[in-house]
Design a protein around this ligand. Structure first.
Ligand SMILES: [Zn+2]
Ligand SMILES: [Zn+2]
Length: 947
């Protein structure tokens, strides 16, 4: 059957088709292997599986360049490992993203003139589910289009039933272990989102504000104004409404006479004590600090030490509440102005100083965060952190690049208790019930009907939900069935498909795929997600025995064995992509233009550990051309296969498919060389990918395909493939077999990087007689595909060196493109037979009419010398001297003009300051090139015979 590959490579014509095929055929599904009996499971070779979790994008998300980069890296690793014979599993899913999703649906409700409060909790939750059904997970569809080789049958959503059971179990277990507590502490409160947020979700900006000095009247022992004042300073004057004391340092000599005195709090009129505490700094401000325990973490600690009350003066929306007296109902910033004005009116305002401080903003909505006393749920994190630190320190988890290990350990060693409650409606509702009879709390795996302490039925469920990262932190254990293996754990109410059978089918997944092998993710979620997975993974999986029934060690409790932190994708000028700057590159648009393969290859070719990527469309154009080159190589190859078939020469495809073994000792020099070179290429890719050097791996496969295979081997093959009646058909068949065999193996090497193009061409190689459903499922070539043939490398190297030198000489002495000339070669080594045998190659590739082997190059010929030979091109140019002089004079004028313009621009400071780096670089390069051309033209003009 002849091949009918379209003339031009058109990614849009092939990519959609393959993307659909991979999903439809479930090619990357990875069920747990049977059988699952403990005795048999333990017989499985360790390390057989290669498991990766996709960092779950928000269900509201759209694919951006960062996702595409991350997923390209993961997909390359997964496809590569799958082809090397590992049981590769990549698990996809989306995160319910509490705040983000709730915010978005709330905005939608606002446009309909309603709100979540008007709908009520249940109706609101139903509305979010409805939104999710219609629009959620668009990003996964984009992943499908980009060909991510994930197991779509395992797609999860963090609010799925079986994952929610895990969340509940984890909460209850930590509570039972005394590691979850509830209490009133200062939290970061977002008045817009109306929820507490964790320290990690607060971003700090430098803010130019003021420091107001306010004078508090000192009272006599009888409670009258003494006429003296104690001056405090504050950046948030409105919080004074909640002041309960003023603190001074016990040794502060300015204030020794005030020990034991009281003050009158301006505006509110309350009497408040002066307290002594060594925490107060002697040299900051006036040395007197107002104490507002409900609105500042340091003041809160002071309040605890001195047994002071806490007066919360603000409500959930950042308005002053009833504790703020006359200011009740005012927004916090309106109240600030009013407080300052009123204090001033009473003559109590001191200096107002400019002051720069760091103000925390909500990462999600950018509202200024209000430190505020609030009752929240916390995890006592120390015991979990200790295990997570040990897991990394003992080398059970390797983090690349190495510097992130230090960052991780530093954070873990200074970790604070984790505030896990959020005042949202969208998320996992905390499984705790408060009793209005005995005021105790019941935490339970199954919704209780009565208080577990007093039996009262007057219980109501906690309204808070859990931090989104609580559920995503559990993913490595929960996606593989924890905790419900044996049906021993009662399932939560709702549709239950859990707790049935003996649980064997669930444990099989865990046994096969936990710990996962690798996590590829960004630095920005190292603490949010990576650290939490390590803590939860080590904590919860330790109770799950190993497949052979033995206890699980820390080494096998980790959620993953390797973490690779990838870099960021920036724009071509190394600027961070941002919507406000307008320099965002939409991956879907670029893919439409150049094809997924070219974009993936661009990303891979620039990805090395620790280096940000400056995404440059010119590179993508270059890799589009690379894909085109391969396409054309395939067309040439198919044309030959079809031609050969007509004269009865058949390529043995079955042996290519089966053996993946080539002979580097047979055939012509070029055959032996390309075969050996293929094996070396496979070896280099293997070592590059093992070190996450995606850039090196891409460069190696690129050089092989474009340089060695297309530019050299294919050109030589044209000489070897002779179908004429007089030709040696056996030699032709052998060469064609090598050509197809090497091409097929090279497609496999390239497949993880360019999955679509290689799938298309690989199917075409086999016609209707496929050895497998996909190139992605066949073996990856390893270095043992052929024996390294050093002699072939040396000899071919000599041949290439000669051809390259002749080509350079022809350029130098101005041989016309089409002219064919003799050359003289004087050889120093014993390589003459090699050149003689392969003179046809030299003639074809260097446009040589005759190779003359000489003892010495004829005097007068310009020659090139290498350690192996001297070579000269025998060529006499006949020139029309006046015409040549005319041409060179014109060239010189043109170059001088160009040079002057470039110099002018490069001398312009203003231009240099504003122009992007690549423009300046380009200009400098252009300038030096023009200068060189100018010198050459002058020299050539000098050299012309005078008339
Ligand atoms: Zn917010
Ligand atoms: Zn009770």
């Amino acid at each position: 059957m002849p091949h009918d590959l379209p003339k031009a490579y058109d990614p849009t014509a092939i990519e959609d088709r393959w993307a659909e095929y991979w999903v439809r055929e479930n090619l990357f599904a990875q069920p747990a292997p049977e059988p699952t009996l403990a005795s048999e499971a333990s017989a499985r070779p360790a390390g057989d599986a290669f498991t990766v979790l996709l960092p779950p994008p928000n269900v509201t998300g759209q694919l951006h360049m960062g996702h595409m980069f991350e997923q390209a890296e993961i997909d390359i690793m997964v496809r590569w490992r799958r082809m090397t014979g590992r049981r590769a599993l990549w698990v996809p899913g989306t995160d319910h993203a509490g705040i983000a999703t709730q915010l978005m649906v709330e905005r939608q409700l606002a446009t309909e003139g309603t709100s979540r409060q008007k709908l009520g909790r249940e109706a609101f939750e139903a509305r979010v589910w409805e939104w999710k059904r219609h629009y959620g997970g668009a990003i996964l569809d984009q992943m499908k289009r980009l060909g991510a080789s994930v197991d779509w049958q395992r797609e999860y959503f963090t609010m799925d039933d079986h994952l929610s059971v895990a969340v509940r179990e984890a909460f209850v277990r930590l509570y039972e272990q005394g590691l979850i507590y509830r209490g009133a502490y200062i939290v970061n409160w977002c008045p817009r989102c109306q929820t507490a947020i964790s320290d990690l979700e607060v971003v700090y900006d430098e803010h130019k504000g003021h420091l107001w000095e306010i004078r508090y009247p000192v009272l006599t022992d009888e409670g009258q104004d003494s006429g003296e004042f104690l001056t405090v300073s504050t950046t948030r004057p409105e919080t004074m409404l909640g002041d309960v004391a003023v603190a001074i340092h016990p040794q502060d000599e300015r204030y020794l006479h005030l020990h034991g005195k009281k003050l009158r709090l301006p505006l509110m009129g309350r009497e408040i004590p002066i307290i002594l505490d060594e925490w107060v700094s002697l040299d900051f401000g006036t040395g007197a600090v107002k104490v507002t325990p409900a609105h500042d973490p340091n003041d809160f600690a002071l309040g605890e030490r001195h047994h002071l009350p806490s007066i919360n003066v603000m409500d959930d929306t950042g308005h002053i509440n009833e504790n703020g007296g006359a200011y009740a109902g005012l927004d916090r910033y309106v109240a600030r102005k009013r407080v300052v004005a009123d204090v001033e009116a009473q003559g109590l305002l001191g200096a107002i100083k400019d002051h720069t401080n760091n103000v925390g903003h909500c990462d999600r909505c950018k509202t200024v965060v209000e430190p505020r006393l609030s009752t929240q749920w916390f995890i006592k994190i120390q015991p979990l952190a200790e295990k997570a630190i040990a897991a990394v320190k003992q080398g059970h988890i390797r983090i690349t690049p190495e510097q992130y290990e230090k960052t991780y350990l530093n954070w873990m060693e200074n970790i604070h208790d984790w505030c896990i409650s959020r005042q949202l409606w969208w998320g996992h509702r905390i499984p705790a019930w408060h009793c209005s009879t005995c005021h105790k709390t019941t935490v339970a795996r199954v919704d209780p009907t009565a208080c577990s302490h007093c039996g009262s039925a007057q219980i109501t469920q906690e309204t808070d939900v859990l931090d989104t990262w609580f559920s995503s932190g559990l993913l490595p254990v929960s996606v593989f069935g924890w905790p419900n293996f044996g049906g021993k754990i009662p399932s939560a109410p709702g549709p239950s498909h859990l707790g049935t059978g003996d649980g064997r089918e669930n444990r099989a997944d865990f046994d096969a795929f936990y710990p996962t092998s690798l996590l590829i993710t960004g630095f920005d979620i190292l603490f949010f997600w990576v650290a939490r997975m390590i803590m939860f993974g080590c904590w919860f999986s330790r109770d799950v025995p190993m497949p052979d029934g033995s206890p699980r060690s820390l080494a096998d409790s980790v959620p993953f064995r390797e973490v690779y932190i990838h870099a960021l994708v920036r724009d071509a000028n190394r600027e961070k992509m941002s919507k406000t700057k307008g320099n965002v590159v939409d991956p879907i648009e670029i893919v439409k233009q150049y094809g997924t393969d070219a974009v993936r290859f661009t990303l891979a070719s620039m990805a090395s550990p620790g280096t940000d990527i400056a995404f440059n469309i010119a590179r993508t154009e270059g890799y589009r051309a690379f894909a085109n080159k391969i396409w054309n190589a395939a067309r040439f190859l198919f044309m030959n296969v079809d031609h050969a078939a007509k004269v009865g020469i058949k390529v043995d495809l079955a042996s290519i498919a089966k053996d993946l073994q080539l002979d580097s000792d047979e055939g012509t020099l070029a055959d032996r060389w390309i075969t050996s070179w293929l094996a070396l290429t496979a070896k280099n890719i293997d070592s590059a990918l093992n070190q996450y050097r995606f850039d090196d791996a891409a460069s190696v496969v690129y050089q092989f395909f474009w340089g060695d295979f297309c530019d050299w081997y294919l050109e030589i093959a044209k000489l070897q493939l002779d179908y004429s009646e007089t030709a040696n058909h056996e030699a032709t068949r052998r060469s064609l077999q090598v050509l197809v065999g090497v091409f097929e193996a090279a497609l496999r090497l390239l497949s993880p990087f360019m999955p679509f193009l290689t799938e298309e061409l690989w199917h075409a190689v086999y016609g209707g007689d496929l050895p497998s459903k996909s190139i992605a499922l066949v073996r990856y070539p390893s270095s043992d595909i052929a024996r390294p043939n050093l002699v072939a490398h040396v000899n071919m190297g000599l041949l290439q060196e000669l051809i390259v030198e002749v080509r350079a000489l022809r350029k130098e002495i101005g041989v016309e493109e089409k002219a064919v000339t003799p050359i003289e070669v004087c050889i120093f080594s014993g390589a003459q037979p090699v050149l003689k045998e392969n003179r046809a190659i030299i003639e074809r590739m260097a446009r040589v009419s005759e190779v003359r082997f000489v003892e010495g190059i004829t005097a007068g010929l310009s020659k090139h010398s290498t350690t192996n030979f001297d070579v000269a091109v025998v060529y006499e140019r006949t020139i029309d001297v006046p015409a040549e002089r005319d041409r060179l004079t014109k060239d010189i004028a043109k170059y001088e003009k160009g040079l002057a313009a470039a110099e002018r621009q490069l001398g312009n400071e203003g231009f240099l300051a504003k122009a992007p780096a690549h423009i300046v670089e380009g200009l400098k390069k252009q300038e030096s090139e023009t200068r060189l051309l100018l010198e050459k033209a002058h020299a050539a003009l000098e050299a012309l015979p005078k008339d």
